[in-house]
Design a protein around this ligand. Structure first.
Ligand code: SF4
Ligand code: SF4
Length: 260
């Protein structure tokens, strides 16, 4: 999800779709470009995407990260990006693409749900509030833009079953924004503190082991209701992971984590 500065809003590629505005689009298996948008992508995965995909594939988050993603730390960034690894063939297909379409459709990433709309975040520093910005941006080859079906952003979001995905992405953007400044000090972004933050965001199964099998619970007191949820519920664990990152990296207090 793009961070958007107010000065750059008019310069962004694509057409901004405001509240009460609509765009025309329809994708179906008969389009001549079927599946073309699932190739050669820089597809960023958010933490909730990883949870849904590893559940869909019935594998651990560890295995998913090993087999399906590239973790990239861009220069001058303090938290890595997680990209879905395209196939090593000339076409560079998405690993989940089949001739019949997406094999993980019910659990496809947030970006795939929003497509051909890109969601960005405009941050109001005074109000300390994010406002989503939507850009209709189909690639030139996408013939779905020639169709007559008309959508507002809420209608499209509902149709793509993306509401909860968007909520989770916004939660993550709020945490990720804190990484604009270097929180790692001498350890750097490859140090143990950074690895802990990455685990809490992207590797829920390993994070669960950390909570229940390390000295964590001897050092921190968590409510029993929450502990029970963390044992089995990946989404609760991810939400807790976001709180833990804020607490562990920046000391931001939360009612859910108390020192013993
Ligand atoms: S390129 Fe557009 S119309 Fe073609 S399959 Fe992808 S989303 Fe559908
Ligand atoms: S996850 Fe599915 S929808 Fe997204 S790029 Fe891959 S095949 Fe296409």
């Amino acid at each position: 999800m793009k961070k958007i500065d107010i000065e750059n809003l008019d310069k962004l590629p694509g057409i901004q779709i405001k509240e009460n505005e609509t765009f025309k689009f329809r994708c179906h298996p008969e389009v001549s470009c079927f599946n073309r948008c699932c190739r050669n992508l820089n597809l960023f995965l958010y933490p909730y995407d990883v949870v849904r995909l590893k559940q869909s594939l019935n594998i651990s988050s560890d295995k998913f990260l090993d087999e399906y993603v590239d973790v990239v730390l861009r220069p001058a960034n303090y938290f890595p990006e997680v990209l879905l690894r395209m196939s090593a063939t000339r076409e560079k297909n998405c690993p989940f693409m089949s001739t019949a379409g997406c094999t993980v459709y019910a659990d496809r990433p947030d970006t795939c749900r929003a497509f051909p709309v890109e969601q960005g975040m405009l941050y109001d520093a005074q109000q300390k509030k994010d406002t989503p910005v939507y850009l209709f941006r189909p690639p030139d080859f996408c013939r779905g833009q020639d169709e007559d079906e008309e959508w507002s952003i809420p209608e499209w979001t509902r149709d793509q079953d993306a509401e909860f995905y968007h909520q989770m992405t916004i939660r993550w953007v709020e945490v990720k924004r804190l990484f604009q400044n270097d929180p790692w000090g001498l350890e750097g972004p490859e140090g143990s503190k950074a690895k802990m933050a990455f685990m809490a965001a992207y590797n829920v199964d390993r994070f669960r082991n950390f909570i229940f099998q390390s000295s964590f619970l001897r050092r921190y007191k968590l409510k029993s209701v929450l502990l029970k949820k963390l044992k089995t519920d990946d989404v609760q664990l991810l939400k807790f992971g976001f709180e833990w990152i804020k607490f562990f990296v920046w000391g931001i207090k939360t009612k859910n984590i108390r020192l013993r």
